[in-house]
Design a binder for this molecule. Structure first.
Ligand SMILES: NC(=O)c1ccc[n+]([C@@H]2O[C@H](COP(=O)([O-])OP(=O)(O)OC[C@H]3O[C@@H](n4cnc5c(N)ncnc54)[C@H](O)[C@@H]3O)[C@@H](O)[C@H]2O)c1
Ligand SMILES: O=C(O)C[C@H](O)C(=O)O
Length: 312
């Protein structure tokens, strides 16, 4: 098994480190455009192998896609992160070109790879990679829901003073302030969360989740990486180990939830074929309205990408 991570910055390096520690591949290639960055991070990582006890060979390269040839899974994290005061959508003009050129290089050397996009604005960068890769929708999708759900679960675990392991939750929609955490599909060891927490506190946690990325940007001056890197690696694990895990993933909809031609976070089954099934949960009127609102927000940014005219 060969896996590539593109982008050796905060998220890419963290994701690669998780992949190596989980021993998901024999060979792990890290690519970046900055001279020496991937080589340095890969060397540093490889020197943890005797300590963390893994044998995945980690190799870093500068823009050398021949070294990535034959990768079965590729995670794309290359692109600018936002700074305080910016929205994720503000990154589109630079990141669209980066995601397009990286995807072209990836496909040229690994035509069969499953591609996971991390770069922001996530839903639209996944659309950009899909337009470039020209692959079936099960093989090009984005990471956001695993991260957003993890934030929601972590906040709930803290509030309830229970293990995060026991919080199960679902969150749908775009990876922006319109994301839709679903309390009706949130349980604590099987107990509906609404039985354990007052409505006002739950609503405050939902709001904090929606702006969870921005909270970290304001604290650190750049965006998060530990949870995003771990989230992308968890998706890689589900694919590589054919686990059939159910995660919220940014996927192209083809009639599900009454929507078509849009990338949106929905629950899917992830296994060796990538997205093996899009699950349609029953949403009530209010939940459906929130999802549709989120879709409108994503569509408006997809339109900006279309107007950039770089995929003609
Ligand atoms: N989907 C999510 O939930 C999520 C979470 C966190 C971050 N992100 C996004 O992930 C991206 C990376 O974030 P980060 O914190 O790692 O940023 P970073 O600046 O630390 O790293 C980005 C890396 O991309 C590299 N890069 C730029 N252009 C490249 C190219 N053409 N080819 C190869 N490498 C290239 C840069 O040299 C840099 O090392 C950002 O767009 C950020 O917004 C998304
Ligand atoms: O918030 C960001 O800009 C990065 C990422 O999308 C996140 O949610 O952490």
């Amino acid at each position: 098994m060969k896996i590539t991570v593109v982008g050796a910055g905060n998220v890419g390096a963290t994701c690669a480190n998780c992949i190596a520690q989980k021993e998901l591949a024999n060979e792990l290639i890290i690519v970046d455009i900055k001279d020496g960055l991937s080589e340095g991070k890969a060397l540093d990582m490889w020197q943890t192998a005797p300590i963390n006890y893994y044998d995945t060979r980690v190799k870093g390269v500068t823009n050398d896609y021949a070294a990535t040839a034959g990768s079965e899974v590729v995670v794309i994290t290359s692109g600018l992160p936002r700074k305080p005061g910016m929205s994720r959508d503000d990154l589109i003009s630079i990141n669209a070109g980066i995601v397009k050129s990286v995807t072209e290089n990836v496909i040229a050397h690994s035509p069969d790879a499953i591609i996971i996009i991390v770069s922001n604005p996530l839903d639209v960068m996944t659309y950009a990679a899909f337009l470039t890769a020209k692959k079936a929708r099960n093989k090009v999708f984005g990471m956001a829901g695993v991260l957003d759900t993890a934030r929601y679960r972590a906040f709930l675990a803290e509030e309830l003073n229970v293990s995060p392991k026991d919080i199960q939750a679902l969150l749908m929609g775009g990876h922006g302030d319109t994301m839709v955490p679903l309390p009706r599909y949130t349980t604590v060891a099987g107990i509906p969360v609404t039985d354990l927490i007052e409505e006002e506190k739950l609503n405050a946690i939902i709001e904090r989740t929606k702006f969870g990325g921005g909270e970290l940007v304001n604290l650190m001056g750049t965006s998060a990486w530990y949870a995003p890197g771990a989230a992308a690696a968890q998706m890689v694990e589900a694919i590589v180990r054919d686990q059939k895990r159910i995660f919220p993933v940014c996927a192209l909809l083809d009639g599900e939830y009454g929507m078509k031609d849009i990338f949106l976070g929905v629950p899917v089954v992830l296994g060796k074929n990538g997205i093996e099934k899009v699950i349609e949960v029953k949403l009530n009127k209010d939940e459906m309205e929130l999802l549709e609102g989120s879709a409108v927000a994503v569509k408006s940014v997809m339109k900006v990408l279309d107007e950039m005219n770089i995929f003609a």
